[in-house]
Design a binder for this molecule. Sequence first.
Ligand code: NAD
Length: 428
Amino acid sequence: MANSVMATPAASVAPANPYVTAQRQFDQAASLLELDPGMRAVLRQVRREFTVNFPVRMDDGSIHVFTGYRVQHNLTRGPAKGGIRYHPQVSLDEVKALSMWMTWKCAVTNLPYGGAKGGVICDPSQLSQRELENLTRRFASEISLLIGPESDIPAPDVNTNQQTMAWIMDTISMEKGYSVPATVTGKPLSIGGSQGRPAATGRGVLVVTLGACRRLGWNPSECSVAIQGFGNVGSVSAELLDAEGFKVVAVSDVFGGIYNKDGFDVPALLQHQAKHGRVAGFAGAKEEISNSALLELPVTILVPAALENQFSMENAARVQAKLIVEAANGPTTPEADDIFHQRGIVVVPDILANAGGVTVSYFEWVQDLQSFFWEEEEINSRLTRIMERAYQQIDDLAQEHHTTLRMGAYCLAVKRVADATAVRGIYP
Ligand code: NAD
């Protein structure tokens, strides 16, 4: 490896509160839509927030109490839908923001769902498989008051996966006395999972990236891409973008990043990551870089696929990419968004860019309810149709309102939820 690219030191300001960000984005759309004040008040709050403190027996025999959350932002258009995250920095406000973004994401793609999210404050890298299973089963039992095929359907998110979903499905099924596969999505195929679900979010990222390139008149082979985060979403995005002719030149994970301006052999990189659990040390890398340096590389396209608040007032002016595709939820603060808009950097917003996952989760739920399963080809072509249509609709709205793609997406989503709320009326 050659010398490292130096990152500008991170600013010492506190990271933005994601719920404040989510509400500010909503307020902006509500103003554009001239939403009635009562409707505004209803939609800018989460409907239910549930905190659980629950004991887990650890491998050494001790008992540890964990804190977890399940939040439902909205249930007007159907059952609530949203992932479960395991991370040391999970907070109630983060889960509230993520639940609100789920409502808009489902509405943008016109899925018959509201929005929810869950999280447990924990560091999964410090837990054994047995402890993770105990934690997951007890958390599932604690939130079983809320979740179920007709009320609220969880899915994987950061640090959770097919195995986590299998444990949740089994726990709820044991409590019911019969199998309830439609309780969660993102399950293994053997218990009612869907073809195409593991790759769905990355596939959606590909569809909207191609849509943006068409709109901007770019050829994929002329575009270099940097991807932050190399988990489910980031690694699949890398694989599919590479296969479509984009040049993936930088990737990173929680341990750091790598860069080669000539592009990586992505299949070899995936093998390296699978073997070593990190991207660092890959033979095809020319430089090691930090996560913050990755965001400032001279690339055409940036794909944040890790966590919130990666672009802020502090670094937005130094971003050199011309297109940002938000595979992660909430990577851009409102201040950074304004800077990108002023600088002519196009941002495909999270509520569309990463909606491929929930779209195929919807297909999985439909298949489970009918006990009738589809071929992967059908899944992928339906996913592509939904994502392309949504992209076109938000692009049209952005142009009509002379605004960003994010506000185009919010206008489409918030209007759909507001219309549904108005026609249902206020109970009683
Ligand atoms: P994951 O746990 O599979 O992967 C997360 C990746 O981010 C890992 O490579 C990890 O090392 C890296 N990471 C963690 N902390 C980091 C940090 N501080 N700096 C840099 N990298 C860091 O999670 P995922 O499912 O791929 O989710 C990634 C993002 O995509 C999240 O914002 C999630 O909410 C969003 N998302 C996921 C799905 C899905 O289907 N899994 C769907 C929609 C949106």
